[in-house]
Write a protein that binds this ligand. Structure first.
Ligand code: HEC
Length: 154
């Protein structure tokens, strides 16, 4: 009996030391990332914050549109998509437009036009399949821009 106790104690002591060693002294290696070939666009901190908070809102609008689709609720889709539709372009600071490369601006505008199209078709002639197709075009535009650009503060 005593022998079993001693053996178990030794076993747990070894396990504890092994785990402590792993937690304290390993796992510090750098992660190998794929080569980042995106173009850096430099914005002043206020503009960078504006762009990134717009981006987070895009994702929220997309989520609301998807909820609208799931609930078969075109009014919800209309309201969500309209928030990032063509009218939202009026609030874009001219400084931001000046600093953004042309293809970046074009993809930015294209996104707002698709949000507007989603709102319009949900309002006038709601067909879930149309909304889903428009969402595919929209997210494809997000992806193309994300593959091309990244933002830095200057
Ligand atoms: C005009 C180009 C462009 C378009 C279009 C675009 N994005 Fe972005 N987005 C960016 C850039 C640039 C960043 C910053 C990436 C970086 O610096 O690593 C970003 C970052 C983000 C982030 C992270 C925000 C944060 O707080 O860090 C989210 C979320 C995001 N985008 C969602 C979207 C969604 C959803 C769409 C489509 C509806 C979209 N974006 C369309 C360029 C774009």
């Amino acid at each position: 009996m005593k022998k079993v106790l001693i053996l178990t104690t030794i076993f747990f002591a070894i396990t504890t030391f092994a785990l402590a060693y792993i937690l304290l002294f390993t796992g510090t290696e750098m992660v190998k990332n794929e080569k980042d070939t995106r173009i850096t666009v430099k914005y002043a901190p206020d503009l960078r914050n504006l762009v990134l908070s717009e981006m987070r809102d895009y994702l929220e609008v997309i989520s609301e549109i998807q909820q609208g689709l799931a609930e078969d609720n075109p009014e919800k889709i209309y309201k969500a998509a309209l928030r990032q539709g063509d009218a939202s372009l009026r609030d874009t600071p001219v400084r931001l437009l000046k600093l953004s490369p042309l293809p970046c601006k074009q993809m930015g505008f294209a996104g707002h036009h698709i949000f507007q199209a989603i709102a319009d078709s949900a309002k006038t002639n709601y067909k879930p399949k149309t909304t889903i197709k428009q969402m595919a075009a929209l997210t494809n535009n997000c992806i193309t821009c994300h593959r091309t650009y990244k933002v830095a503060s200057e």
